[in-house]
Design a protein around this ligand. Structure first.
Ligand SMILES: [Zn+2]
Length: 285
């Protein structure tokens, strides 16, 4: 087990030991996760945080570096999935970076949706609850890439049939990054899961939003790597529609796995993340 300091981003300080962590090497990839408790809902070391920016508590790191005026009800700052290639490049999934992307989400539909939502709310609740920001915490986060990696557009697609094949699962993990119940008006949640098979790995980062009786949105980022190649395919899709457009029984609206197949794709992005093997150590330069 690696020391925690090497695992998570330098801008977040981990308090004490994480509840759970694991790492394993698969071919050229070191895959690791940490999992721990929810973010405190207030500053834990006010004296320190007021005087120095270098030793802020995690709560202050979040509130100071994010443009949104308040955080989701549940944020898991130490739930982090990292995939590190031998060449030094890496892909990471964490809540802070996911929340950094909240403001860049699709604006027009969001506004239309909040108008509809506003109409369904009693007036006295509106002043308190409707604020001029994305209260749905919608993110188009696609993971955080660092180091030796080249991103380019591609026509190649993830072979979903191959993923349905019964292959042994060597490693599996699912992490909640954040969740909010929109004041009991639905759900907004961001999760990431990974499975590693003998010849490939697959990651699904999903933002799921349901505003009850109004609309649903699913922003998925899928990563697939065939171990015999030097690249990872990354596919991002934004699906959204009003609840009226989906003719399905109510319980289905709680299950994004079923729901997503019935929702129209609004935007998509297909990329190849190339991780060149590093030079052989000791070779002449
Ligand atoms: Zn603080």
């Amino acid at each position: 087990m690696a020391s925690i300091a090497t695992i998570h981003p330098s801008h977040v300080n981990i308090p004490r030991l994480p509840v759970d962590s694991e790492e394993q090497q698969f071919e050229s990839w070191l895959i690791k996760y940490t999992k721990s408790h929810i973010l405190h809902s207030q500053c834990t070391t006010a004296d320190k945080c007021a005087n120095t920016s270098s030793e802020r508590c995690t709560f202050c790191v979040y509130t100071n570096s994010l443009a949104i005026p308040h955080l989701p009800e549940m944020v898991f700052p130490n739930n982090i999935l990292t995939l590190v290639h031998n060449n030094g490049g890496s892909i990471e999934f964490n809540a802070l970076d996911a929340l950094q992307c909240v403001c860049s989400s699709s604006l027009p539909f969001r506004v239309a949706c909040s108008e509809a939502w506003k109409e369904s709310r009693p007036a006295h609740l509106l002043e308190e609850k409707i604020k001029p920001y994305d209260w749905t915490f919608s993110t188009d986060y696609k993971g955080s890439i660092q180091g030796n990696c080249t991103v380019e557009p591609t026509d190649e697609r993830i072979d979903m049939e191959r993923l349905k094949e019964k292959e042994k699962i060597l490693f599996y993990q699912e992490l909640m990054l954040y969740e909010d119940e929109l004041h009991d008006n639905g759900i907004a949640q961001c999760t990431v899961k990974i499975r590693v098979m003998p010849t490939s790995f697959f990651v699904l980062l999903r933002f799921f939003l349901r505003v009850d009786n109004v609309m649903v949105r699913i922003n998925d980022t899928r990563l697939f790597h065939d171990m015999s190649t030097n690249y990872v395919l990354r596919e991002y899709t934004n699906r959204e529609c009003s609840v009226k457009e989906v003719h399905l029984p109510l319980p289905v609206f709680g299950d994004p796995n079923i729901l997503q197949a019935h929702m129209p794709v609004k935007t998509s992005l297909y990329e190849k993340l190339i991780f060149e093997e590093s030079e052989v150590a000791g070779s002449n330069t």
